[in-house]
Design a protein around this ligand. Sequence first.
Ligand code: TYD
Ligand code: MG
Length: 410
Amino acid sequence: MASSSSTLRQVPVPLSDTASIEHARTIVGIDEFDRVLGGGLVRGSLVLIGGEPGIGKSTLLLQAAGSLSEAGRTVLYVCGEESPEQIGMRARRLGIEGKGISMLSEVDVAHVEATVRELRPDLLVIDSIQTVYDPDLAGAVGSVGQVRAATSRLMRLAKDAGITTMIVGHVTKDGAIAGPRVLEHMVDAVLYFEGDRDHAFRVVRSVKNRFGSSSEIGIFEMSESGLRGVSNPSELLLGERGVPASGSAVMAAMEGSRPLLLEVQALVTPSYLQVPRRLATGIDASRLLQVIGVLERRADVSFAGFDVYVSVAGGVRVSEPAVDVPLALALVSARKDIPLSAEIVAFGEIGLTGKVRPVAHAEGRLREAARQGLTRAVAVLPSSVGVVKGIAQVQVTDVSGLVAMVSARS
Ligand code: TYD
Ligand code: MG
């Protein structure tokens, strides 16, 4: 009797033998991109690149295609969003010669599949997944069902033909309904673009990576000639700071394996609303509420009757608990209208009791702060942390200490 299964039966492999399988990686040749990918593209992997429209997804993938083609690799760029002419124009502007890059204006995933099997490119780019559809399936182009079905076909293609694939997915500001989020579990790696279209600064963050660390970021600047890797992001991010103003605090954050200095800003202003506003951009809203709560209860700083806005300059997102101390400093500084000294850097978690807790990677954070010319660190350091030249620790162990420090204008 014929087997009803459509695929070959797999043979078990001893676990001890699997270690020798090294993932073959292709270096794209764009440092910040290779870094966030975990050291280049893994052959036969499917990478999803999400982000708001206009943030730079197509630009990055076109530059990646350009870099790979210069290294003699072939790329098939499926464009459902823009015409090949439009992309060609952009490529010329970016100085991409385009030898080895083929453009395919196609929305039917079955046709894409056929072309890929014929050409067998080193890299397949789908820009975007919302524009391709599976003809075997009912449902509008861009619907959740269609986007899922197309992705799963591309995933199979990537695996059994060994085609490295990158797909673009649009995310809307309010969190994307039919967007990339529904695809996260299907693909090998997920990268999201962060940043503000009105600023040049762009962070490409890895949120999932089956072949590497999922906490890496790549840092870029959008320029006239496309995305440029930023080698000293702290300098760029702090560059916009002028004369010390109240409500501004510098944080030494850790992004993946690297420290990064950011400016946390707070604005505290009398409210005309029955329920005052608490608005956070780039910081988790619940963190803001908690830090406000702790300041009110443990340090007698009241925000009643005030609207509170906080944000991270440059459109960066911070999700680590170490933001608590700089956030508290910015809030108290704004509430009391007392600027902090420009030499201060801060990091640390604040517990519900009001105590400041140490956070990991203190030494790396201190070094980065010293490198940028900051001289005093508000942080609780574990005894294992050595002295970092050029920077002195300001011993503040709880929120009352933070408030006293701001009030003393020290
Ligand atoms: P794009 O890559 O088309 O965004 P996405 O694919 O995520 O929708 O980026 C478009 C924006 O980038 C657009 O506002 C113009 C800007 N841009 C530059 O500033 N410099 C450049 O060299 C390029 C190609 C784009
Ligand atoms: Mg695009």
